[in-house]
Each structure stands twice: as C-alpha cells, then as structure tokens.
Design a protein around this ligand. Structure first.
Ligand code: PSV
Ligand code: MN
Length: 430
C-alpha cells in the first residue's frame, strides 16, 4: 500500500487522546445503558457506516465570480485519489470515490483502478457530465443535452453516458448517476412536455445499455444553470421518470436541490415507500445549491432525514439500500478538511437516529402526543455521540481527532513542490 498517511503516524497521534476517550466512552455508555442501549452495538454500526467522496470535491470549487486556488490542489484523478485516501485513512468511513466523466477520464483507466487498489479505495457511482461542452465537441450542449431539440446533439449526450458505463465497468462501479442542467431561461423558450418526452426517450436508450447488475440514478434540481425551468426539476418528475424507465432506475436526492424550507425528510420517506430511493448527495445550504459542508447549517434536518432512513432500515423496507455520497464545493476551506468534517457529520446524524426510542415514539404517535413525540426525537438528536464516533475510528485504524492529525501531518506543504498551483482567472464550478 502506498497510502500518503502511514498508520504509524495516526497511531502515534491517537495516543494522547486515549485516556480521555476511554473516560468519555464509559460515561456515555452508562447514560445509554439507562436508556436500554448497549454502546458497543452502536459503535459497531458506526464502523460499518460509509459515505463516498466525490472526486470533484477534493479540488477547490469556485463561484460565478472567481476561483481562488488552494495549496497543492490535485491535478488529475490519480492525485485526487491520493487526497481521497488521506480522508479515508483519517475518518475510516470513506472507502469509495465517485468519479465524474469526462473530468476524470485518462488514456489508461486500468491504471486508475490499479492506483485505487493500491490505496485500498473502491469506486462508487460514475457521474456523467453533459452540462458543459468538452474540447473539440462537435455539437454544443448550450441549449440542452439529453433533451436537446436536435437529435444528433441528443445522440452525443446519450453516447457519453454509455461511455461512462464502460469507464465505470473498468473501475468496478455499478451505478450511473445522471444529472443534466437542461432547462430554459425564459417562459416559452421550451415546450415543457416535449422536453421531458425527449429526456425519457434518451434515457431509455441509456437504460438499455446498463449491465444486468447496474442501476441508474436520476438527480433532480430545481434550478441552475437553467433559471426559468429545469427538465428534471423536482422529486415528483424524478420518480415519474424512474418509474417509467424501470426497476433499475432510482431517484437521487441532493440536499441542495430543493426550494428553501422544503421538507426533505418527507420526500425521503415517500421515495422509500415507493421503492425508488437511490441515495443522497449530502451537503448543506442556506439559500440555494450552496454546496456547503454537510450539517453546517441544518444539522437537525440531516438528523430527521436519517430518522427516516433508520426507520426504514429497522423495519427492513423493501428495495432499501441507499448510496451515500458527499457533493460539496469548497471555496474558503481546505477540501480535505471539509470532506472529513462532512463525512463525520453525516455519520453523526446516522448514529443519533439510531438512538431514537422507536417504541416510545410509536406510542406517542398513536396517542397523538405531539410534545412527547417531538421530544423523543430531540432526546436522540441532543445526545453527544462524539465518543462513539471517535471509538469507531480508533477501532478501524482511523484518527481519534482527524482534523488535528491532518494538520500535524502538514500534507499540503509536503506536496507543494510536486503539485504547482493551478492558476486560473476563470470561474469554477458552482
Ligand atoms: C449539480 O449541481 C450537481 O449536484 C450534480 O450532482 C453534479 O454532478 C455535481 O453537482 C457536480 O457539478
Ligand atoms: Mn449533486
């Protein structure tokens, strides 16, 4: 293994936290025992939890206005994998990376797979990009891709998705995630019905090329880059398309892709009920698709989403096996630090949701006791599960304090000469 962070370094860094962790863990264990919960059972679940890292997330993002490059940014998929390995070494819950094509295409995709193997990483879903034109592209996606009015342009977008499946096969992925930026900026610009019809017929061609054990995930988004209408604008259109396509098609929820204040946990419950929940792109938002760090703005919402997920897990809901991925853009932080913090935040919500006293909740719901039902959720959300997360990391060879360990390691400065700054005056991805 050629992991950038050696396990000896993590073990050494852990030593100074061991005594405190032992005490905190015992203390929390006692409190949970009084609630009928065995702490080690929860820690075991925390260790089994995983969330994938987006290859595009390890680079500094940007806005429509500017991109401020960070120190020693990864320049290609090989270097992105190295950064993802640092994240996984420290938090021990991110063994998979989700690539984006053609951003991550190289001549030899086998080399990418081999490098991931050496780092002990695997690949999650592959993502197709038809929301921008590539160099030398013969027809433009400016006015749409899979839904373009011109059949030959649609064919180009369809072919790209089929290529993504092929690259994904080499990498060992089994999911294609499709998000399109298609839509319109002015009322009347697009026939809303015909655009969706074209989407469905393009997606049917892609669906037909899926290997038997593959799935296709549809990602909706309310607006941006289209500002008047988006073809797959919400979960309603999403699930209708997934149903139309067939059993291999599922609806993916990116937390930033809804109108402000939308009850996302309800959307999640509905998608589970109708066996169409693909999984998530975790991030947080204040105003729109801000792509802020998961749990940084609305941690209670994230917990409530996991409350639905755990409810489904416990009752063994049919066709329920959601994929978890982070999808963030980092403008003012070190992407590795943000992604580690987000991964742990998502894991925290899962663990808090496991602590919900479900028999009591059910009794309060049956008797319409709103205050006690609400308080039952709050009791779980307000439990500080940090010692569980720390112990899970320690058991799995990760860092008790991932941020502290990462800073002590000084990864970026060590790489600065090998990875010269990517200077660009243009805007980044939003
Ligand atoms: C679109 O905003 C999105 O959430 C999609 O998942 C893309 O694939 C990703 O961001 C990267 O641009
Ligand atoms: Mn997304």
């Amino acid at each position: 293994m050629s992991r950038p962070i050696k396990s000896e370094l993590i073990n050494d860094a852990n030593i100074m936290h061991l005594d405190n962790l032992k005490r905190d863990y015992e203390n929390l264990g006692e409190k949970l025992y009084r609630r009928g919960i065995i702490i080690d059972d929860i820690t075991e679940k925390a260790q089994k939890f995983s969330v994938a890292v987006p290859s595009w997330g390890v680079g500094t993002g940007g806005t429509r206005f500017a991109r401020f490059p960070g120190l020693a940014e990864p320049r290609n998929i090989i270097e992105k994998l190295d950064d993802c390995s640092v994240i996984h070494s420290l938090v021990a819950i991110t063994p998979e990376v989700s690539p984006h094509f053609p951003w991550d295409v190289v001549d030899d995709m086998i080399e990418v797979k081999e490098h991931a193997n050496e780092l002990g990483l695997k690949f999650a879903s592959v993502n197709s990009n038809t929301f921008q034109d590539q160099k030398d592209q013969t027809r433009s996606f400016k006015f749409g891709s899979l839904t373009h009015t011109d059949a030959k342009t649609r064919d180009l977008a369809i072919q790209h998705n089929i290529n993504c499946i092929d690259w994904g096969k080499t990498l060992g992925s089994k999911v294609l995630t499709v998000w399109i930026g298609d839509g319109s900026n002015f009322p009347g610009q697009q026939n809303l019905t015909e655009a969706l019809q074209r989407y469905l017929s393009s997606m049917k061609e892609i669906y037909a090329q899926l290997p038997g054990d593959w799935k296709i995930f549809i990602e909706h988004k309310m607006f941006e880059p289209a500002f008047y209408s988006t073809v797959i604008q919400d979960w309603g259109t999403n699930i209708l398309c997934a149903m139309e396509l067939g059993d291999k098609a599922y609806s993916l929820v990116d937390l930033g892709h809804h109108a402000p204040n939308v009850n996302i946990e309800m959307i999640v419950a509905r998608l589970i009920q109708f066996k169409k929940l693909a999984g998530f792109h975790f991030n947080d938002s204040k105003y729109g698709d801000d792509d802020l760090d998961a749990g940084s703005i609305h941690p209670y919402q994230q917990f409530l989403i996991f409350n639905e997920l755990v409810d489904a897990e416990i009752r063994g809901a049919e066709a329920f096996s959601p994929d978890y991925l982070l999808d963030q853009s980092h403008n003012v932080t070190d992407p590795i630090e943000s992604l580690m913090t987000s991964a742990v935040s998502v894991q925290r919500s899962y663990i808090q949701a496991l602590l919900v006293d479900r028999p009591s909740l059910s009794i309060h719901q049956q008797s319409n006791d709103a205050i006690m039902a609400s308080q039952t959720l709050k009791d779980a959300f307000e439990t500080d599960v940090t010692p569980i997360l720390q112990m899970a990391r320690l058991n799995a060879g990760g860092a008790i304090d991932p941020l502290g360990c990462y800073r002590a390691f000084d990864y970026r400065n060590g790489l600065a000469t090998n990875r010269p700054a990517i200077t660009s005056s243009g805007s980044g991805i939003v």
